[in-house]
Design a protein around this ligand. Sequence first.
Ligand code: CMP
Length: 136
Amino acid sequence: MSKTLAIIKPDAVRKRVTGKIIDQILDDGFNIIAMEMLRLNTERAQAFYDVHKERTFYDDLVEFMTSGPCVPMVIEKKKAVTDFRKLIGATNPAEAIEGTIRKQFADNVQNNAVHGSDSNENAAKEIAFFFPSIEI
Ligand code: CMP
């Protein structure tokens, strides 16, 4: 079993589709081993997306991620990182394939409903960011 970090982002929480997204994660065979609803402050959102700080969209991304509550969770499966990236679809929902979470629920490349770690190394860092007591 391996783990990854998922976040149901503020746009999806506002649309009241948190439950639908959780159902899809469970139906895909993931176990949810930690989950919380919280609102990031600016400092925490900046820190989480620090790798993107030179990108033109960074300030807007931080504003979006602090615009309301989000739901970070640690999910587990045999190939958690790759399977979750498949389930969520392309970053830009216009490029996401039918049936993926972003295809169904994302508005655009920024307000894209969910986050999933992009490597095992980043999964470990991102899990520790939200859930420091979880063993990886
Ligand atoms: P996420 O998977 O959380 O990783 C980085 C986030 O930055 C991404 O989802 C989007 O929310 C946002 N993002 C990525 N590319 C762009 C872009 N070109 N314009 C605006 N936001 C972006």
